[in-house]
Design a protein around this ligand. Structure first.
Ligand code: NAD
Ligand code: MG
Length: 402
């Protein structure tokens, strides 16, 4: 008999949460929705509780009592926990097999790391966790025999194109033994690919979050518009696949059909193709190494007219260049970059700065924030201390610009 996988979806009310729960709803015998978390949009979380009847749910600390009462009144017996401690509690619950790490930003780091230390199978969407704490995370995964499966579409594509020995044994990639020469991350180029820098400068929030191919949360949509998303993904890939940044190339592919590629030394390029729908990588990771129906639309190859590839313009998309620089400098720099970027994106969404200011803010934070190199045995507190310093610096910078 096949065992039911018990799942905790952290960030259940977001875009990745939507796609994940759509798959779980379609396969009720294989997966049990054991726990959910949400931060805002509690009406949506309540509806999810009615639909899936999880055993546990996590909300913000201030909302615990009210939410628990609401569930009670509806006759739902669900344990309600709150805040960062509640997320960790759920992520490490002995009943949970798989944690879907789908909280956006630094807020997802503590629970994602706790899942690794509890030896869980982790479906990782929260790329910021690896950007901030790549070494600590990977170390925790190895020590506690956790299984880390990327659901970011590019990294999932690369994972699928790598040799099975690397997929299954967490073995380091060596060009000589595995023939892997390079990884190629594809990028859509976002909504401003065909527009000039000055047009980008004038862009409002609505234009910036209107992604041509993917429907996603606001923060990652803005990151896609500046191509910071690809920068974060470059850093994510370095940690996931244990490769230096110069082994990873970025190519713009506006159709978002090829989700990424692995280049081999014999000249072969292996690519994973599919409709731009996050249900595909999520279903892959949920059922890996088996395959299940994800519910995504099959790719209509006859309807595809062309697949294009363009070299990114690093002046227009300076964030991509900054991410490479930060990766070369070390983890303290990628923490600063991530923190500055989260603050800058929030300021843009609040109408305080222009879209193109985001790269300037990130650049200034990266060059001005003074932090010492992280030691090899640094832990989450050291990481969060640097994150805090960078946020305080960026806050002042934004106040001056706004
Ligand atoms: P989203 O904004 O739609 O959802 C974010 C989720 O995180 C929500 O459930 C929200 O309640 C929760 N959250 C936000 N702040 C929180 C806090 N302080 N504490 C606890 N919970 C909090 O975001 P999304 O688009 O689903 O993205 C989630 C993550 O997945 C991001 O790291 C993003 O980069 C990554 N990702 C998303 C996509 C996509 O297609 N949406 C693709 C690849 C990777
Ligand atoms: Mg991606």
């Amino acid at each position: 008999m096949v065992m039911t996988q018990r799942i905790a979806v952290l960030g259940a009310t977001g875009s990745i949460g939507d796609s994940t729960l759509a798959i779980l709803a379609a396969h009720p015998h294989d997966y049990e929705v054991y726990a959910l978390s949400g931060y805002q949009r509690l009406d949506k979380l309540f509806a999810l509780c009615q639909q899936f009847i999880p055993k546990r749910v996590c909300v913000a600390v201030d909302s615990v009592n009210e939410f628990a009462q609401r569930l009670n009144q509806a006759g739902l017996k669900i344990d309600v926990v709150g805040g960062a401690a509640g997320l960790i509690d759920i992520a490490t619950d002995s009943q949970v097999d798989t944690v879907v790490a789908a909280i956006v930003g630094a807020a997802g780091l503590p629970s994602t790391l706790a899942s690794a230390r509890a030896g869980k199978r982790i479906l990782l969407a929260n790329k910021e966790a690896l950007v901030m704490a790549g070494q600590v995370m990977i170390e925790a995964v190895k020590t506690h025999h956790s299984i880390l499966l990327p659901i970011d579409s590019e990294h999932n594509a690369i994972f699928q194109c790598l040799p099975p020995v690397i997929q299954q044994d967490n073995t380091q990639i060596h060009e000589r033994s595995h023939g892997v020469r390079k990884l190629w991350l594809t990028a859509s180029g976002g909504p401003f690919l065909q527009q000039s820098f000055s047009q980008m400068q004038k862009a409002g929030v609505a234009e910036a979050v209107k992604h041509p191919n993917w429907s996603m949360g606001q923060k990652i949509s803005v990151d896609s518009a500046t191509m910071m998303n690809k920068g974060l993904e470059l850093i994510e890939a370095c940690h996931l696949f244990d490769l230096p940044e110069n082994k990873i190339n970025v190519v713009i592919h506006p159709q978002s059909i090829i989700h990424s590629m692995v280049e081999y030394s014999d000249g072969s390029f292996l690519a994973q193709l599919g409709s731009p729908d996050m249900k595909t990588p999520i279903a892959h990771a949920l059922s890996y190494p088996a395959r299940i129906n994800s519910g995504s639309q099959p790719l209509d190859l006859y309807a595809l007219s062309a697949l294009e590839f363009i070299k990114p313009d690093l002046q227009k998309f300076a964030c991509l260049h900054l991410a490479r620089q930060a990766m070369q400098s070390g983890t303290q720099a990628t923490i600063v970059l991530n923190a500055a970027n989260e603050m800058a994106v929030a300021a843009f969404l609040a109408g305080q700065v222009r879209l193109t200011d985001i790269a300037d803010i990130n650049e200034q934070a990266l060059s001005q924030v003074q932090v010492s190199t992280l030691s090899a045995n640094a832990d989450i507190d050291d990481i969060l201390a640097i994150d805090g310093i960078a946020r305080r610096y960026t806050e002042v910078l934004i106040a001056k610009m706004a």
